[in-house]
Design a protein around this ligand. Structure first.
Ligand code: ADP
Length: 636
């Protein structure tokens, strides 16, 4: 590639790269601005959602005022508080440790030594039984019954343990160590009972917690977790699991409330406040003072509230855009952002009345969004690549055309030089022989005949050349007409060969003719076929080497009649074979052998096509060329 050409290529590449880069930049920008617009759209919906939440909370607290257990969904638990802030329903035993009576403590201790150190359960059972008489306080009695029940179960006395459990039931107090004997007893009995029986026991316990028959205490969540891990419960997805779980949430709500109150964060008449429970779940509560000096503490069901918001007209607009929402405490914001970091999300205050509560809006179907993002990217990229390919393709075509033009111009000028030369050669001989004859310089009658013969041959060659050129120019401009008529190819081949006979003889060619018998006539134009054959024969002569031989064959193959003209001449170099039928094209090895115009084979091909036939070249083994002209028997 020379310097100039390289400059053009660089310029062209730059011209392609520039619009591609510009398009890429613009499409990326448009995507970004669409995302901004989507976010702005979300922001437009936010005030309506805040308003809807505000109204819903209002409606819920109003309905809770009238009767406990609102018909509206959105309240998780309703807790009743005494005037002094202690829990009336459900019940909750605040953590408390107490002193044991010394005699009871000593008696109980003896039982514990037998049970845990000596491992003598029978002795432990009788020692604990004796210690019961020392109990001075209900909490001591409970502690003792619990120990007795424990030993009874360890000894396999299930009935006795059940009887002891019934004695623990009425006492709902913490023992001196601060643990709650009744819950422990329920759990232990369930643990030793089988399948259904265990489930019934646990259900009874947890129902008691909800109804207020049994109190919650600080250790309850641990016991509830234990219950959830029992084999009989683990496999169940049903009511009991949910109840145990709900009980845990309720207890956490109670404890969170206690914490907030202790921290002085709850005051005033009506207050809605949000916080995280000990497990990190968001809680929204509302304290409603009642006329009877009691108060109600509503624990909202945040997923149900979010669901309600999604049902509002604004929520539905969100859903249509593939978005959804969540309500959570502001301390949960970082976790929310982390969870939805891969998709567009937005966190805003949930409403005017709930100062810590947040509304998180995020793309629900991440896969869908990613997919659509990828699809867009793919479309943009493909579009840009197609555009680049189109520009490059166009540029290539222009380049190719331009270089073709250059090539044709070169071939044309060579053609002009060749034509002049070709015309001059026969003209010179004609003139030379004619002048010789005119001056009467021939020796005898035979020489006279020779000279005249040469003049005839050269003028034939001249007129063939002129015919060729006229034919070619007619063909190029589409003016060439054909006169199709039934034609015997054998006869026309023979005629062409006869015309060349003197020339062939003169140059010492051995000629072999092989015409198949009984071939039917084909529809063809006699003059053009003659011209085609004359061109092929003339080439065979022109491009012959030392071995002067021509074979002409005519045979039938399928629906064609084939005429082959084969020689033992110089042949066509491999790189020229597909171009020799192009106009003006001359093979690299042709110059030395003969002058020519490069029109002959183009003309032959034009004639073959006009007959719905073909012409082809094949190199011969042993050297030389073979050209086959195929003419259909029934041209369509
Ligand atoms: P030209 O006037 O050059 O003969 P043609 O179109 O008849 O033009 O042929 C094109 C080229 O094909 C020739 O220049 C020559 O290189 C090659 N060619 C044609 N016929 C033969 C042949 N019988 N043997 C070898 N080369 C041939």
């Amino acid at each position: 590639m020379d310097g100039n050409k390289r400059k053009w290529v660089v310029l062209l590449l730059f011209l392609i790269a520039l619009p591609v880069a510009l398009l890429t930049y613009l499409s990326a920008r448009s995507f970004q601005s669409e995302q901004r617009a989507a976010r702005a759209d979300i922001n437009l919906l936010v005030p309506a959602l805040q308003q809807a939440l505000y109204q819903r909370l209002d409606a819920l607290s109003a309905s809770a005022d009238q009767r406990e257990g609102s018909a509206l969904r959105g309240i998780g638990y309703t807790i009743r508080l005494d005037g002094d802030g202690s829990f009336l329903h459900p019940r909750y035993l605040p953590m408390a440790l107490s002193e044991r009576d010394p005699d009871f403590a000593a008696a109980q201790r003896r039982g514990e030594i037998a049970e845990f150190i000596d491992g003598d359960l029978a002795v432990a059972a009788s020692l604990y039984e004796a210690a019961q008489t020392q109990a001075r306080h209900p909490r001591e009695a409970l502690e003792n019954f619990n120990a007795q029940a424990r030993v009874a179960l360890a000894r396999g006395h299930l009935e006795q343990a059940r009887a002891l459990h019934e004695r623990i039931k009425p006492g709902t107090a913490l023992d001196p160590d601060g643990s709650e004997p009744l819950s422990l007893s329920y759990l232990r009995l369930a643990h030793y009972s089988r399948g259904e029986e265990a489930v019934v026991l646990l259900e009874e316990w947890v129902d008691g917690l909800f109804s207020g028959a049994y109190p919650f205490s600080a250790g309850t969540p641990y016991l509830l977790d234990q219950a959830l891990s029992f084999t009989g419960v683990r496999g169940r997805s049903g009511a009991l699991r949910q109840k145990l779980d709900r009980a845990k949430r309720l207890l956490y709500a109670l404890e969170t409330y206690i914490e907030l109150q202790r921290a002085g964060l709850i005051s005033g008449a009506v207050q809605t406040f949000s916080a995280l429970d000990p497990e990190g779940n968001s809680l929204l509560m509302c304290l409603l003072p009642q006329s009877d000096a009691h108060a109600l503490l509503l624990v909202y069901d945040l997923p149900a509230l979010a669901e309600h918001l999604l049902q509002t007209p604004t929520g539905q607009q969100l859903a249509q855009r593939g978005l959804t929402l969540e309500l959570f405490d502001s301390d949960h914001t970082a976790r929310f952002a982390l969870r939805h970091r891969d998709v567009a999300h937005q966190v805003v205050p949930a409403s005017a009345a709930t100062y810590r509560l947040r509304l998180g809006i995020y793309v629900r179907d991440q896969a869908l969004v990613l997919q659509s993002y990828r699809r867009r990217n793919f479309m943009f990229t493909t579009g840009i690549l197609l555009l680049a390919a189109a520009i490059a393709g166009g540029a290539y075509l222009i380049f190719r055309d331009a270089s073709r033009e250059v090539l044709t111009a070169r071939l044309r000028s060579e053609f002009v030089a060749n034509v002049s030369h070709e015309l001059r050669t026969p003209l010179t001989s004609i003139r030379m022989y004619a002048e010789t004859l005119l001056l009467g310089r021939h020796r005898d009658a035979e020489q006279l005949r020779d000279y005249l013969q040469t003049i005839v041959q050269e003028s034939q060659r001249l007129s063939r050349m002129v015919d060729n050129m006229l034919d070619f120019s007619r063909m190029e401009s589409g003016r060439k007409t054909y006169d199709f008529a039934p034609l015997n190819l054998g006869a026309i081949t023979q005629r062409a060969l006869e015309e060349f006979a003197p020339l062939l003889r003169e140059h010492g060619f051995a000629v072999e003719l092989d015409i198949a018998d009984g071939l039917p006539p084909v529809r063809a134009d006699a003059d053009s076929l003659h011209a085609a054959l004359a061109n092929l024969l003339s080439n065979a002569v022109k491009y012959s080497g030392p071995q002067r031989y021509i074979r002409v064959r005519l045979w039938r193959q399928d629906h064609y009649q084939c005429i082959e003209i084969a020689d033992r001449g110089i042949g066509v170099p491999a790189e020229d074979r597909e171009h020799i039928f192009d106009k003006f094209h001359r093979a690299a090895n042709s110059g030395g052998s003969a002058v020519g115009t490069g029109l002959g084979l183009a003309l032959v091909q034009g004639i073959a096509h006009a007959h719905a036939g073909t012409v082809s070249y094949r190199p011969r083994s042993g050297g030389g060329s073979a050209f086959v002209l195929k003419i259909p028997q029934q041209p369509t």
